[in-house]
Design a protein around this ligand. Sequence first.
Ligand code: NAD
Length: 311
Amino acid sequence: MPNLQGKVAIVTGAGRGIGREHALALARAGAKILVNDLGASLAGEGTDQGPAHDVVREIEALGGEAAANGENVAGFDGAKRMVAAAVETFGQLDILVNNAGILRDRMLVNMEEHEWDAVIEVHLKGHFAPTRHAAAYWRERAKAGDEVRGRVINTSSPSGVFGNVGQVNYGAAKAGIVGFTLIAAQELQRYGVTVNALAPNARTRMTEAAFGEIPPPADGFDPADPANNSPIVVALCADEAQHITGQVFFVYGGVVNMLSGWEAGELFASEQRWHPDALLQELQSRLPDGAAPPGMLESMHRAGGQSMRER
Ligand SMILES: NC(=O)c1ccc[n+]([C@@H]2O[C@H](COP(=O)([O-])OP(=O)(O)OC[C@H]3O[C@@H](n4cnc5c(N)ncnc54)[C@H](O)[C@@H]3O)[C@@H](O)[C@H]2O)c1
């Protein structure tokens, strides 16, 4: 087990599901945890301090240290208060796991403005705001001459990297989180901070709402256990992972696939500006069967996993 003794972590949306498992795993490795959770419904409505406090008690029962935090991660000022609370309570901040999330699935043609706005807000701004304030804190420490080993772990999704029908709001936010990860990784490297992302998979209220009950196997390893997503988080938080940044890790059961993102592909090169007719001919001759995304299920299989829908 990597030794995270003395480190301080914020895990957002840690009252339930995957975030709860990250918090427990980081605590088992020795980190002190600020357990953030607004206690919202799956659609992002309402608040409940119960889940965050329950996880604090679970960590304390393991012999760890934790405190609850009920800020909305998508609030710029609330995220600032959350970062300050970690520093005030535990003396420092080393790790930020951006995990909080909601769902408002709808086909594009029927999607309402509030369904778009709420999902973009919680996921995309909910990654920006905490990271922005944590980054300012780490920059200050680096400028003061401290050796910073900061960690940001973001949460994308197979929907964002592969594209899932019915989730144009959620998938756009989750793809945006990958772009955010790539840029933040490059900007924060100079301060000693790595920024990586997960594309997790698990049985949680989120997937059970989308796909119905996902029963665990009668015996043996359970690939849908949300705890399967946490070992890569703990590993990336180790001092030894100081030079791994800007990566996206797909996780399914025992599979961890470091995905390749947008890369140079089919090249259409000319010494002159292309004429549209010539380009169209080129497209037709190189793509006689057309070109279309393979879809999320096919892409998940290629990555070594499968969808919760198939369980
Ligand atoms: N479960 C999966 O298979 C899966 C797949 C891909 C991505 N994800 C992502 O993993 C993350 C965790 O999802 P989960 O399946 O554990 O869902 P979950 O609903 O069980 O947990 C999400 C938690 O986030 C909290 N939350 C929501 N909005 C918040 C806000 N504004 N501020 C603070 N807390 C807030 C909720 O109260 C909830 O406890 C999400 O970002 C989700 O999109 C999950």
